[in-house]
Design a protein around this ligand. Structure first.
Ligand code: PEP
Ligand code: MG
Length: 588
C-alpha cells in the first residue's frame, strides 16, 4: 500500500501509514535526520583566515587524539582478546588523526577551497570513504565506517558539540525521522519521547520492535510528512489506526485526549492481572515472559507481570560506540539484569548483528546480501574473539541467577556442536581461574527463525536444550520479504500457511524431544493469536512487556480443550484468506 496524505484542512493534516507501536501520543514534532552527523555548514573564508582555520584543525585533531589515547588505555585493561581487537581499531583512529593523509588533506583543502575547517573535514572524509569503498581489498573497503567515525570525532572536536540529538529531547517529543537505526533508538531517552514517526521500516523492523518494547505509539512509512512537519508543531500519533495528524484541530485534540484517557483506564484494569498466574480455564499453565532490548526495561516488564526474560537482545551493548564492550562491561550489565530479575530466568541471546544491525566497531563488511550473509551466529563463529568475550561474560553472569544462552539464526547442528565445544573450553578456563559459575551450567537453546531450521527441527532438538521460535525472521525468510522494506510490507504475513506450518512443525519436534519451546517473535504479543499458538501446543510466550497483560487476559478466558478441533482445521487449511477467517473466528 502506498501511503497517501488523506486530507488537508486549513491547518490540520492527516497522514496514513502503518501502525507499529502501541497506543496514541499527543506531543510536539522533533525532526531527526539520521545522517545529520555528517551534515555541516560550509562557510567561505577569506584568505587571511586560512592559517587560523588550519590551526583549528590541528588543535581539534590533538583533542580527538587525546580522547582516543584515554580509550586506548581503557582497552589495555580489557580481557585479552577484546583488548587486542579494540586496541587495533583505536590505533588506526589515532594514526588517522596524527599528521596523516586526512589531516594534510584537510589543511590543503582549507587553503584551496577557502572553506571552514568543518566543511573541509567532511569533503576529505567523503573522498577518502569513496576511494576506500571501491577498493578490491574487502578488508580496506570495510574500513569506510572507521573513516567516517574519525571524521565525526574530528567535527565534534571542532564544534565542541556532540551530535547526539536524540539523547537530549524536549518533553513529549514525537520524533519525525527518515529512519531510526538501532543505534539511534538505543540513544533515546524514553522519558521524553511521546511517539515515533519514520519514513523507513516495516512492521517488524527493529525500530518497530523498540517502539513496542518502550511502549511508544509509532507509525512508519509516511511518504510526505518529513516535507511538512516543522519542529515544535503539535502532532498526534495514532499507533492503533496508523495515522499521524499534524497541527490537530481543537476538536481532534479533544477526541484524542479522551482516547488516551480511555486507553489508560484499560491499561490500569489490565495491570490488576499482573500478579495472577496465566492459566487457561481448563487448567493449562502458560509461561509469559518478556523480550527486552535494554536493561532499563526490566523494571517495567516486572511490573507488567513477566515471569522471566524470554529474549534479551544483547546487540545494544555493541551499538552507538566506536569500540567493543569489554568482558567486564558486559558482565556488569548482564549480572545486574540477572540480579534484578531475582530468581526469574533470563534468556540471553548472543550477538545478532548483520543486515539492519551493524555495529561500527565490529568491522563488519556488508556482503552482497546481508540478510543471507555473515550475520548472527555465523558472525560469532567467524569472529571468535568477540564471541568468547561475550560467552565468558554470560557464563560469569549465570552465577547470579538462572540464565539460558540462546543462539540466533542457527541453520545447522554443526553450529550448536561448535558452540558446545567453545563453552566447554571456556568453562574449564574460567574454573581454572577460580571464577564462580552456575551449577548446572546454563542451558543452550536455538532460535528457530530460518525455514531450513524449522524443517530440520527434529535434528536441532536433539542437540539443543530449548527452542525459541523467532517468527519475525521466520516470516521474512519463508516468504522472501525483507522485514525492513516498507515497499513489500503488505506481503509480510506471519499467518501465511507456510509460516504457520513451520511453527507447528517446530513445536511438535520440541515436544517429541521433550525440550521447552517458546514463541518470541512479535506475534507472541498479539492477543488475537494467543489461542492459535496455544493450540499448537506452545506453552511459553515471550513478548514486549506492554503486551503481557492483554495476552494474559486472553489466556484467562480461554478453554484450550474446546478449540483443538478448530486448530486442526486451521493447520490443514492452505488458502490464506479462509485461514484468516478461521483464525479470526478462533480468537472471538
Ligand atoms: C525474530 O526474528 O522473531 C526475533 C525474535 O528476533 P529479532 O526480531 O531480534 O530478529
Ligand atoms: Mg530474528
Amino acid at each position: 500500500m502506498k501511503n497517501k496524505r488523506k486530507s488537508i484542512s486549513a491547518a490540520e493534516q492527516v497522514f496514513a501509514g502503518m501502525a507499529v507501536g502501541t497506543g496514541v501520543a499527543i506531543g510536539v514534532v522533533h525532526r531527526h535526520d539520521s545522517r545529520a552527523s555528517f551534515h555541516v555548514r560550509e562557510i567561505r573564508i577569506p584568505a587571511t583566515k586560512i592559517r587560523s582555520e588550519q590551526h583549528r584543525v590541528l588543535e581539534a585533531a590533538a583533542r580527538a587524539s587525546e580522547r582516543i589515547e584515554t580509550l586506548q588505555a581503557e582497552a589495555k585493561r580489557m580481557a585479552g582478546a577484546a583488548g587486542e581487537e579494540v586496541g587495533y581499531i583505536l590505533d588506526a583512529y589515532h594514526q588517522m588523526l596524527s599528521g596523516s593523509r586526512l589531516i594534510r588533506g584537510v589543511q590543503k583543502r582549507i587553503a584551496t577551497d577557502q572553506v571552514n575547517a568543518e566543511a573541509a573535514v567532511m569533503k576529505e572524509i567523503g573522498l577518502m570513504a569513496e576511494a576506500f569503498a571501491t577498493m578490491d581489498d574487502s578488508y580496506l573497503a570495510a574500513r569506510v565506517d572507521d573513516i567516517r567515525e574519525v571524521g565525526r570525532r574530528l567535527v565534534e572536536s571542532l564544534t565542541g558539540k556532540k551530535n547526539r540529538a536524540l539523547s537530549a529531547l524536549p518533553r513529549h517529543a514525537v520524533i519525525v525521522a527518515d529512519e531510526l537505526s538501532p543505534a539511534d533508538t538505543a540513544a533515546l531517552d524514553p522519558g521524553n519521547v511521546a511517539g515515533l514517526v519514520t519514513l523507513v521500516g516495516g512492521v517488524e523492523s527493529h525500530t518497530a520492535i523498540v517502539a513496542r518494547s518502550l511502549g511508544l505509539p509509532a507509525v512508519v512509512a509516511q511518504d510526505d510528512i518529513l516535507t511538512q512537519a516543522r519542529n515544535g508543531q503539535a502532532i498526534v500519533v495514532d499507533g492503533i489506526k496508523g495515522i499521524v495528524i499534524l497541527q490537530p484541530s481543537s476538536k481532534t485534540l479533544a477526541t484524542y485526549r479522551r482516547r488516551k484517557a480511555q486507553l489508560l483506564r484499560e491499561q490500569k484494569s489490565l495491570l490488576k492481572l499482573t500478579s495472577i498466574p496465566a492459566v487457561t480455564k481448563d487448567g493449562v499453565a502458560i509461561k509469559l515472559q518478556a523480550n527486552i532490548e535494554l536493561p532499563s526495561e526490566i523494571e517495567s516488564v516486572l511490573a507488567a507481570g513477566a515471569e522471566g526474560v524470554g529474549l534479551f537482545r544483547s546487540e545494544f551493548m555493541f551499538m552507538n560506540r566506536p569500540d567493543l564492550p569489554s568482558e567486564e562491561e558486559q558482565f556488569d550489565v548482564l549480572s545486574k539484569v540477572v540480579r534484578q530479575m531475582d530468581g526469574k530466568p533470563v534468556t540471553i541471546r548472543t550477538l545478532d548483528v548483520g543486515a539492519d544491525k551493524l555495529g561500527a566497531a565490529l568491522g563488519m563488511k556488508a556482503g552482497p546480501n546481508p540478510a543471507l550473509g555473515l550475520r548472527a551466529i555465523r558472525f560469532s563463529l567467524r569472529r571468535k574473539k568477540i564471541f568468547l568475550v561475550q560467552l565468558s561474560a554470560i557464563l560469569r553472569a549465570s552465577a547470579y541467577g538462572p540464565v539460558r544462552i540462546l543462539l540466533p539464526m542457527v541453520s545447522t547442528v554443526d553450529e550448536i556442536r561448535e558452540v558446545r565445544k567453545i563453552l566447554a573450553l571456556l568453562t574449564a578456563r574460567l574454573k581454572r581461574r577460580g571464577v564462580k559459575l552456575s551449577d548446572p551450567l546454563p542451558p543452550l537453546g536455538v532460535m528457530i527463525e530460518i525455514p531450513g531450521a524449522a524443517l530440520a527441527a527434529d535434528a536441532l532438538a536433539a542437540e539443543s536444550d530449548f527452542f525459541a521460535i523467532g517468527t519475525n525472521d521466520l516470516t521474512q525468510y519463508t516468504l522472501a520479504i525483507d522485514r525492513t522494506d516498507e515497499q513489500v510490507a503488505y506481503l509480510y504475513n506471519p499467518l501465511h500457511p507456510a509460516v504457520l506450518r513451520l511453527i507447528q512443525f517446530s513445536a511438535e519436534a520440541a515436544a517429541a524431544a521433550h525440550i521447552p519451546v517458546s514463541v518470541c517473535g512479535e506475534i507472541a504479543g498479539d492477543d488475537r493469536l494467543t489461542p492459535l499458538l496455544l493450540g499448537f501446543g506452545i506453552t511459553e510466550l515471550s513478548m514486549a512487556g506492554a503486551n503481557l497483560p492483554r495476552v494474559k487476559k486472553r489466556i484467562l478466558s480461554m478453554n484450550l480443550s474446546a478449540i483443538s478441533g478448530r486448530v486442526r482445521r486451521i493447520t490443514s487449511e492452505s488458502d490464506p484468506h479462509r485461514l484468516k477467517d478461521l483464525i479470526a473466528e478462533l480468537s472471538k
